[in-house]
Design a protein around this ligand. Structure first.
Ligand code: RAM
Length: 397
């Protein structure tokens, strides 16, 4: 693994991160008065002052109850609080645009200092973002993009096409019964193996978040681009069978069960940590032959994946999967926001900011590049979790 040194170093933070487990479902609800009721995380690591959000740097995830958002907030708040800033975690209960817009409206009224957001859709925010802009509240998006017109910049977890390609390559390799071939080797292994495959055309399913979620849709587009490569022609269907679980455990489980009942795909690729965990449980309970891969959090996937190198990966519904360093991603978003407010970072192409050393990461300069109609900075790259490294990662993420 390219970043192995960094990953091993991250392992040293395990104790710190373990304590995070207790924070994973303790997001506050946006009603400032509810902040304490939201649980320990909200009370101890965020706004502190009894729900007074004035001057707080708000981190808004797609919805509550998602460890991916909790882990990002951990990094965001740790970085900004290290700078003496006040932070608060405010996400709606429902994974919808309307729920986020309503909460954003309240936050602007409460005079928060900044908003860092992972959006549920690419339309419907303009009016509220304009209000934020008029009030001098800067917006940075992370994970799932906000309209370029209103954001300083987006913080991209890893290159979109790399994620889409890896997801398809893993799904096809797993369908062919091939164990993780090692970093940088998935494509060449497929190129060598696919010509020998003479079975039925392989069909891939996708269990996504919502039909409108910008980030999942960008990965799905990237999967389609990957499937256009010559090596897949006649071997893997270019059509993806896509279902949407709305990043809700119950809805994702229902959609996974629909895949099982239809039995028409060979492998489900779930580019959402909620979807992959729901599918893992559904496939395992049904003893289904459909395989699984996607983007998952190791601790949430441990019952559906091999946990040690001596196991047979194919005894499990998900032989291998990927993600990135979610805590660091949140910290980079915090650093971008801090730089926008204090160091003149304006997010224009070529503008940059320096992020202080964070945990095991050295101080790093991030430079904004053109991304769609706006700009982004790149925080990292995808990591593959397999039987060779799951054991150590379960304690980290
Ligand atoms: C889910 C969310 C998030 C996504 C991750 C991979 O937790 O949908 O936005 O990036 O999965």
């Amino acid at each position: 693994m390219k970043n192995w040194k960094r990953l091993a170093a991250m392992g040293m933070s395990a104790a710190m991160l373990l304590s995070l487990a207790g924070c994973s479902t303790t997001t506050s609800t946006g009603d400032a008065g509810d902040a304490a009721a939201g649980g320990d995380a909200a009370a101890t690591t965020s706004s502190g002052g009894g729900g007074d959000l004035e001057g707080a740097h708000v981190f808004m995830f797609k919805s509550t109850g998602n460890s991916f958002g909790d882990l990002m907030y951990e990094g965001f708040s740790e970085y900004l609080e290290g700078k003496g800033e006040k932070t608060s975690y405010q996400s709606p209960a429902e994974t919808t645009v309307a729920a986020q817009v309503q909460m954003l409206d309240e936050l602007i009224t409460q005079k928060v200092a900044s908003i860092t957001i992972s959006t549920n859709g690419d339309a419907g925010y303009d009016e509220v973002f304009k209000r934020a802009q008029d009030a001098g509240i800067p917006i940075v998006s992370v994970d799932s993009e906000a309209n370029p017109e209103y954001r300083i910049c987006h913080v991209n977890q890893a290159e979109v096409q790399a994620i889409g390609s890896y997801l398809v390559q893993a799904g096809v390799l797993i369908t062919l019964g091939i164990d993780y071939p090692g970093d940088g080797k998935m494509e060449e292994t497929l190129a060598a193996e696919l010509p020998n495959y003479s079975g039925d055309e392989i069909k891939l399913g996708v269990l996504s978040a919502s039909i409108d979620t910008p980030v999942q849709n960008s990965w799905i587009d990237a999967m389609r681009v990957e499937l256009e490569k010559d090596m897949y022609a006649g071997k893997v269907s270019p059509e993806l069978d896509i279902k949407y679980g709305n990043d809700d455990l119950t809805e994702s489980t229902t959609q996974a069960q629909a895949f099982i009942a239809e039995n028409s795909v060979d492998c489900i690729i779930s580019p959402t940590t909620v979807g992959i965990a729901a599918a893992g449980q559904a496939l395992k309970s049904a003893n289904s032959e459909i395989e699984l891969t996607g983007l998952g959090i190791p601790s949430e996937m441990q019952s559906f994946m091999p946990n040690s190198a001596d196991e047979n990966a194919f005894d499990y519904v998900c032989p291998y999967m990927m993600l990135w360093d979610v805590i660091h991603l949140g910290a980079v978003a915090g650093a971008a926001q801090y730089a926008a407010m204090n160091d003149g970072f304006d997010g224009s192409v070529g503008s940059s900011f320096e992020m202080d050393a964070f945990r095991d990461y050295e101080a790093t300069t991030y430079e904004a590049y053109e991304s769609g109609d706006g700009t982004a900075v790149l925080a990292g790259e995808p990591f593959i979790f397999s039987k060779d490294n799951m054991e150590e990662w379960i304690d980290v993420l």
